[in-house]
Write a protein that binds this ligand. Structure first.
Ligand SMILES: [Ca+2]
Length: 550
């Protein structure tokens, strides 16, 4: 694995110049440390340690790190880094706060004059150092020449119930830590280089997507452009939906047995796969898929090739999502047809985050039992708790005034956060901002056929998002970050992307299996009917209004 990583990293394209890291092989063998104090950049780095930041925030340590692998802890070593200044800081916006953050500063000559922050998924709890050769964490941002930052958001991963008895730490995670880290990072950048970054960007997914939306909504001065992946922006509603489904499928006979999933998936594909012009196992617009679970209902008793009436009912509810028992309105979208594999219909296998959310923020009780969840009883308190950290506002006035640009994406095969959450939220934003036409001047959504949560899946799922394999080309067509820069800095708005599927999920591979077009919502990619289906040019983006959200 290390060997493969080294081979892949032998050539990096830095600012259009390909640099060959001839020493990469040997460098990766060593834990490189502090470089010579005589080096002026090393001196400038060390000097940061003594500088004071805004009140409540201080630099604990600033270390000049030479090129190679950096050992962070016994568990974490980040390979193949260029030389940089590693700044470790701490921030206490309240007396109970304990926010750790890091800012990584590339060498002056290598810096591309920009700040690109990564974000933190799930409940964070750790600085996002690296992604095992994958995209958009501190390591890869640094390799691309950005000054970059990440935070543990004020608690450690092992502290599952960090907000219980520590409400301010809860707020740090929900909305404050990313902001104070960003303010500190910008100040550190200005001091180290003697000038501020020309632009500040954000790129993350899931809870990181929520962080980005919170930033754009509450702290619009922080970033000039943000990439928002599959946002967990409505933690309260998402948790309600998850627990509702867990309860629904926990009833004896209601769950869909895993041995029936291949049969179910095949039936869904048969109904909807070819609607985009190509039967390739990927449904480009699941929103228009009219698969009726009832067509699979057993006629003569239960069997492996059919669903019982209880299973048919479960399946309808999985696709539909929970409804408010008081008025029948949709609380949260269901999952989209096309991903009836492995953990489909197994919420207990997907995530413990909803339980953790409710324990921390709703009842303050680590022993709260998720199996006692009752939508009627528990929904009001859960929605109330969500007001603190849900990023559901549609008010982007301040961001718009500053010219902030937002690119959002979401995989249609996401079984952690339903993809309908992104389309529904985006449509709400559009309604509140003068319609789709005006909204796309500052905010664009790209749905990704066949991609799971943030990355991976049967579709073309690599285009510069966090945790993805790196795109084959770092340009505005293949890479979200470059596209965002083009939009913010040159006024060139992204209309579509080329997403890549590699022959293997090994991050070292560069052999392309196929490429597809990602279209701007509500357009959908259609196969032209002729041409190599592995070539993105064989597809066009066709305007297709999805069925209205309930
Ligand atoms: Ca298809």
């Amino acid at each position: 694995m290390v060997e493969k990583t080294m081979i892949r990293n032998l050539a990096y394209s830095f600012a259009g110049v390909v640099l060959f890291h001839a020493a990469a092989a040997s460098a990766a063998q060593h834990q490189n440390g502090v470089s010579s104090a005589a080096d002026p950049e090393a001196k400038a780095c060390a000097a940061l340690t003594r500088s004071r930041l805004v009140e409540g925030t201080s630099i604990v340590k600033a270390t000049d790190v030479s090129a190679g692998a950096l050992k962070i802890s016994d568990r974490i070593t980040v390979p193949n880094l260029p030389a940089f200044c590693r700044v470790e800081g701490i921030s206490s916006p309240t007396p109970d706060s304990n926010i750790h953050f890091e800012v990584w500063l590339p060498r002056r000559s290598f810096w591309n004059k920009r700040f690109l922050s990564t974000g933190e998924g799930g409940f964070a709890g750790q600085v996002r150092y690296g992604g095992s050769g994958l995209d958009a964490a501190l390591d890869e941002n640094l390799r691309r020449g950005y000054a970059t930052a990440s935070t543990d958001t004020g608690h450690e991963t092992a502290d599952l119930y960090f907000a219980i008895g520590h409400p301010e730490r809860g707020i740090d995670y929900l909305r404050r830590a990313k902001h104070v880290t960003t303010v500190a990072a910008k100040e550190i950048i200005a001091r180290y280089y003697g000038r501020p970054s020309v632009h500040s960007y954000f790129n993350s997914c899931s809870n990181g997507g929520r962080e980005g939306l919170i930033e754009a909504q509450l702290y619009p001065d922080d970033f000039d452009g943000l990439i928002i992946g599959a946002p967990w922006n409505l933690q309260s509603r998402s948790s309600i939906a998850h627990l509702w489904m867990r309860q629904l499928l926990g009833v004896p006979g209601a769950a869909i047995p895993s041995n029936k999933l291949p049969m179910l998936h095949a039936a869904v594909l048969k109904a909807c796969d070819a609607a985009d012009g190509l039967a390739d196992g990927v449904i480009n617009n699941p929103a228009s898929c009219r698969f009726d679970p009832k067509t699979l209902e057993c006629k003569d008793g239960d069997g492996p090739a059919c669903l019982t009436s209880a299973q048919v009912l479960s399946l309808k509810k999985i696709y539909e999502g929970p409804r408010d028992p008081r008025d029948g309105s949709s609380i949260f979208p269901g999952f989209s047809p096309g991903e009836e594999t492995e953990t489909f219909g197994r919420p207990d296998k997907v995530s413990g985050f909803p339980e953790q959310f409710i324990a921390n923020f709703v009842y303050g009780d680590p022993n709260w039992d998720p199996l006692t969840f009752d939508i009627e009883k528990d929904m009001p308190a859960t929605l109330q708790a969500g007001r603190m950290g849900d990023a559901g506002s549609t008010d982007f006035e301040a961001a718009k005034r500053r010219g902030v640009k937002i690119i959002q994406y979401h995989g249609w095969n996401d079984i952690r956060i339903p993809p309908g959450n992104s389309t529904r939220y985006y449509e709400q934003v559009a309604r509140a901002n003068g319609g789709l036409g005006k909204t796309k001047d500052f905010y664009r959504l790209f749905m990704v056929p066949g991609m799971g949560h943030c990355y991976a899946g049967v579709g073309a799922s690599n285009f510069g998002g966090v945790g993805q394999q790196r795109p084959p080309v770092r340009d505005g067509a293949h890479d979200l970050v470059v596209a965002l820069e083009d939009w913010v800095e040159r006024g060139i708005a992204p209309r579509e992307f080329v997403a890549t599927k590699y022959v293997s999920s090994d991050p070292t591979t560069s052999v392309v299996q196929f490429q597809r077009r990602l279209c701007m919502h509500p357009a959908v990619a259609k196969y032209k009917g002729a041409g190599d289906p592995n070539d993105a040019a064989s597809f066009i983006c066709v305007k297709e209004i999805p069925p209205a959200s309930p």
